[in-house]
Design a binder for this molecule. Structure first.
Ligand SMILES: O=C(O)C(=O)C[C@@H](O)[C@H](O)[C@H](O)COP(=O)(O)O
Length: 363
């Protein structure tokens, strides 16, 4: 079974294909749709480790020359310096405006590789091949590309829509368990901001061992999430208003990731705590949200950081670089009720600290 979603944006319309064992055929089909003789491939080092035979065979079968570069794992690759390495790789090997660049990996590879594709020659065709749950349901969709800066996460980048997204769930077979949980947070986010039945569908992660999850149910859930994101992106491509709702929990999360030097906490682990903090903050402003909807999934998260290591003042300071700010105050995505997100400026650090405390008690 495979499912496709069309994403319509001002830059381009594109297809997101979700299925199992679709990689090889899709690479050939996409490669055939371009005239030139060359292809570029940026691939995450772990994906390459487990899937190099499939990747090499698939690109060899296109009959074109392919230049392949490995992207080291981890958030350290989301840097200006590694973006520059990608640019040198593309330019020195003769990338042209019509040369497709395939970016194969999770959120880090997609973000930095996507930004390289967005900026080389002011834009070359980008094909996202997300290989993690997080990248399939979130980061490969909607055109956000970029790298981190010393002042904060994702502060340099561009909106650059891909030519196509190929989400082959067979790559998930080699994904470590904690990486599944990393993606679960973004799935739960869609439940919180938009579609209540996502919470029920996400229970497959509680009910089954990863290897026993039905492929059809997984494809169904991933497709639902992509459709929610596609609908939001179509209405507000450049985050003028409602796209910011996709940032639910992220103002807290990005601060946590920075405080942990992007090492001892993953993006998804941080988003989970960030959503708990955002729920507490929403309740402070009058919502009546029961956090059990999220806490039900707590056992799937294995944190390596303790609350004693974290300073509320430092965490709150990091939030001051958040991109959603339009004044001196931090702007949060909160909920009036489940599936009813709002943007709200919060003026009191004490109120923010209280939200942090409640979330960090989960550590
Ligand atoms: O696509 C979006 O818009 C999102 O905000 C999705 C987020 O889940 C994602 O983590 C995104 O990369 C965060 O972007 P940022 O603009 O807050 O850096």
């Amino acid at each position: 079974m495979s499912k496709s979603i069309e994403v319509k944006t001002s830059q381009k319309n594109y297809t997101v294909l979700v299925g199992s064992d679709i990689f090889e055929d899709q690479i050939k089909e996409v490669a055939d749709s371009f005239n030139g003789d060359n292809l570029f491939v940026l691939v995450d080092e772990n994906v390459e480790k487990y899937h190099s035979d499939l990747i090499n065979k698939s690109f060899e079968e296109t009959g074109k020359n392919f230049f392949l570069m490995t992207v080291p794992e981890g958030e350290k690759s989301k840097s200006v310096s590694f973006w520059n390495t990608c640019i040198e790789f593309l330019l020195e090997n003769g990338v042209r405006r019509n040369t497709p660049v395939f970016v194969i990996g999770g959120g880090v590879t997609g973000d930095v590789g996507g930004f390289a594709a967005a900026s080389a020659l002011r834009g070359v065709p980008l094909i996202h091949v997300p290989t993690t749950v997080l990248a399939m349901v979130d980061s490969s969709i909607g055109g956000k590309t970029g790298v981190n800066h010393s002042t904060g996460k994702n502060l340099i980048g561009a909106f650059y829509q891909p030519y196509k997204v190929i989400a082959d769930i067979s790559f998930l077979n080699t994904l470590p368990r904690d990486e599944w949980t990393n993606g679960l947070s973004e799935i739960l986010k869609y439940g919180a901001i938009e579609q209540v039945d996502i919470f029920d569908k996400a229970e497959i992660f509680l009910q089954h061992k990863i290897e026993e999850i039905s492929k059809d149910k997984l494809i169904d859930l991933i497709t639902d999430c992509i459709q929610i994101k596609a609908d939001i992106v179509e209405k507000d491509e450049f985050e003028g208003n409602i796209r910011a709702y996709l940032n639910f929990g992220h103002t807290f999360a990005h601060a946590l990731e920075k405080e942990c030097s992007y090492q001892s906490i993953s993006h998804g682990e941080a988003v989970y705590l960030g959503m708990l903090a955002a729920i507490e903050l929403s309740n402070h402003f009058g919502a009546k949200l029961n956090p059990d909807k999220l806490l039900k999934f707590r056992s799937l998260y294995h944190y390596r950081v303790s609350k004693e290591e974290l300073s509320l003042e430092d965490l709150t300071d990091h939030m001051k670089f958040d991109k959603k700010r339009t004044s001196q105050y931090i702007r949060f995505v909160l909920l009036d009720e489940w599936q009813s997100p709002i943007l709200k400026e919060v003026r009191s650090d004490d109120v923010i600290h209280q939200a942090w405390k409640v979330a960090l008690d989960e550590l």
